[in-house]
Design a protein around this ligand. Structure first.
Ligand SMILES: [Zn+2]
Length: 154
């Protein structure tokens, strides 16, 4: 049973979406101030990467943990109502993300994914140092921030 009507729900979803863009703005401002030049939301590339740095053949995605279901992240919860709908929506999002990253990788692009939970004030300067290195000296074709903790997985 729905506890909110559809108008209220779409208003709630619009709010979630708009806060979703804030982390992206922080990354953009920093990169621009640091002298990096980029294109935004390039629709010619798979997944329309949030930022494209042609000089470094690098794409950057700033992902909201909720919409893109950041694994192991407390922001990646499923709302209590309409669980099936959310689950289907999240599965579609993840599938779309995976296909886009794979296609970009095959085209020879480096990929950087920044999750919004890694963009808090405390970690911001560490992130920005990491980001500059990831762009200038890519160690692998795919990296993400926060760097996943693989210690417990053997
Ligand atoms: Zn997260």
């Amino acid at each position: 049973m729905d506890i909110v009507d559809s108008a209220t729900r779409s208003r709630m979803m619009a709010q979630i979406r708009s806060t979703d863009t804030k982390p992206e703005m922080a990354v953009r401002k920093f990169l621009h101030a640091s002298g990096f030049r980029y294109r935004l939301h390039d629709r010619k590339l798979p997944g329309s990467p949030d930022l494209v740095l042609p000089k470094y053949r690098t794409t950057i995605f700033v992902h909201g943990c909720f919409w893109h279901q950041h694994e192991g992240c407390r922001k990646a919860y499923t709302p209590a109502t309409r669980k099936e709908k959310w689950a289907a929506k999240f599965a579609a999002n993840k599938n779309r993300d995976r296909k886009a990253l794979q296609a970009l990788d095959e085209m020879g692009w480096n990929i950087i994914v920044i999750w919004e939970c890694g963009l808090n004030d405390r970690s911001q300067s560490v992130l920005l140092d990491w980001l500059v290195d990831a762009i200038r000296q890519p160690a692998r074709s795919y990296v993400e921030w926060p760097v996943p903790d693989r210690g417990s997985q053997g």
